[in-house]
Design a protein around this ligand. Structure first.
Ligand code: TRP
Length: 460
């Protein structure tokens, strides 16, 4: 048995967990799904999901991991019961698929960084059609494969070098920098003419504009953005020491993650609503918002934008890296704990398998017809979007549901109480957490899933 690595201190855990949570989910996905779900009501549902499912489940996953000191499969087996081991295994599988498509988007951040370097040194051509440029990039097969290879190789390298050295150190430096640059961009958007409309769009709910799928997407995204529902936080919790408070750490991670998602959205929408042409462009490729809209903003309306743009996209790439690392870590810790592999071998083996899936995803955005037209949930969705939909809207909420049931009904409640009480702030009430994890969170997930499955819900 190898020695289990640990974070160096409480702040080490918070940084690593926040690094996992904060990623492309916040910077790339949340803004565009908020846009396609027409804002306010969607954001409100999302925030409610974060509060009533995300926060309690975050505490549940971390406490299970820390108590068991094992990766998800072993943790579920030892704390909940032998029949629950497959819930951990489902998480490992979900992580595998999730990383398969996530890695592709992470690759786009590298390419945008390189483009920015070019524009910053060679000058930015304001007439350039960035939308067309983006379209050409995603449908370029060899480029997609190359980019995701680079990203996967880096992820494997970090995971292979171990928990404390690799993951924690990266997150500690980069997270504060990302926050700083987002605040700077926020101040810049105050003076944009679209700022007021952006705030209205994001924060004033209009329930006529959301349907059942919007609810499901908001729920699913609350799991996605917090890295919940597949054992990431169980795994990271297993590297946490007894001196740290699960409650405080969870609260802080949830707060930071939500803050960054909202900041990114306010920043992007302020710009989009300031320039009529952009709205039209966005409607053609919502998913490209982070890579189409924002670069032009840096070069046309941000002071010192030429300096900040490359820096920003490096930080996006690193935010993605601290997330991909946490995803690979779930698969790797499973192979180490359950199959007795060495860390290096496990990292390379799982990284290669996931990269194979990334190749298929990367080629499903126009490069190869059969993959790009693949349909399951909606017509001509393509493999990439299908897997995203499958993981975010189904596998993660179902995984999260199983965790709430395990933690609320099957884990010895004295153990749960003991874990949460350690170092908890004085206002924390175990009974309240228990009420949420037993009733509120599972019912919320079930209600939304049932509504979508059986009633094709249209809530508006
Ligand atoms: N939360 C990350 C993001 O928002 C992505 C991520 C990392 C993730 N690990 C996860 C999502 C585990 C779900 C489960 O970008």
């Amino acid at each position: 048995m190898q020695q289990r690595g640990h974070w160096s201190s409480n702040i080490g855990f918070v940084m690593a967990a926040a690094g996992s949570a904060i990623g492309l989910g916040n910077l790339w996905k949340f803004p565009y799904i908020t846009y396609s779900n027409e804002g306010g009501a969607f954001v409100l549902v999302y925030l409610v999901c974060i509060l009533i499912c995300g926060l309690p489940i975050m505490m549940a996953e971390i406490l299970i991991g820390r108590r068991a000191q094992m990766s998800p499969v072993g943790a579920m087996r030892s704390l909940v019961g032998p029949r629950w081991a497959w819930v951990g295994a489902l998480g490992v599988l979900t992580g595998f698929v999730l990383l398969g498509f996530y890695n592709v988007v992470a690759g786009w951040s590298l390419r945008t960084f390189v483009s920015c370097l070019g524009w910053s040194t060679g000058g930015f051509d304001a007439t350039l059609d960035l939308g067309a440029d983006f379209g050409a990039m995603v449908s370029n097969g060899p480029l997609q494969i190359g980019l995701s290879f680079l990203f996967m190789a880096t992820t494997v390298w970090v995971v292979a070098s171990g928990v404390k050295e690799g993951i924690e150190r990266a997150a500690r430096v980069l997270l504060p920098m990302l926050l700083a640059i987002l605040l700077l961009l926020l101040f810049n958007s105050f003076r944009l003419q679209g700022f007021a409309e952006a705030m209205r769009f994001i924060f004033v709910p209009d329930f006529g504009r959301i349907d059942g799928n919007g609810f499901l997407e908001a729920l699913g995204h609350s799991f996605f953005t917090l890295s919940l529902g597949m054992g990431t936080m169980i795994t990271y919790g297993s590297y946490m020491s007894k001196e740290d408070s699960v409650v405080k750490a969870s609260g802080l991670v949830v707060l930071l993650d939500t803050l960054i998602a909202l900041l990114a959205t306010i920043i992007m929408f302020s710009v989009i609503f300031s320039q009529p042409g952009l709205r039209e462009q966005i409607s053609k490729s919502t998913a490209g918002m982070l890579f189409i809209t924002l670069p032009s903003v840096f070069y046309t309306s941000v002071p010192m934008g030429a300096l900040l743009a490359p820096l920003f996209y490096v930080l996006v790439a690193f935010a993605a890296l601290t997330s991909t690392v946490s995803l690979l870590e779930v698969v790797v810790s499973y192979l180490i704990d359950e199959k007795g592999m060495s860390r290096a071998r496990a990292s390379i083996a799982s990284g290669s398998g996931i990269f194979a899936l990334s190749i298929l995803c990367g080629l499903s955005l126009g490069a190869i017809g059969g993959l790009s037209d693949f349909e399951m949930f909606s017509p001509k969705q393509g493999l990439f979007n299908t897997l995203d939909h499958l993981v975010a809207n189904w596998l993660l909420p179902i995984g999260g549901l199983l965790v709430t049931l395990a933690a609320g009904w099957f884990v010895n409640q004295e153990i749960a109480k003991g874990e949460l009480a350690l170092g908890a702030p004085s206002f924390f009430r175990f009974g309240l957490w228990q009420f949420f994890i037993r009733y509120v969170s599972p019912l919320a997930v079930v209600a939304i899933l049932v509504a979508v499955i059986f009633f094709h819900a249209d809530f508006s």
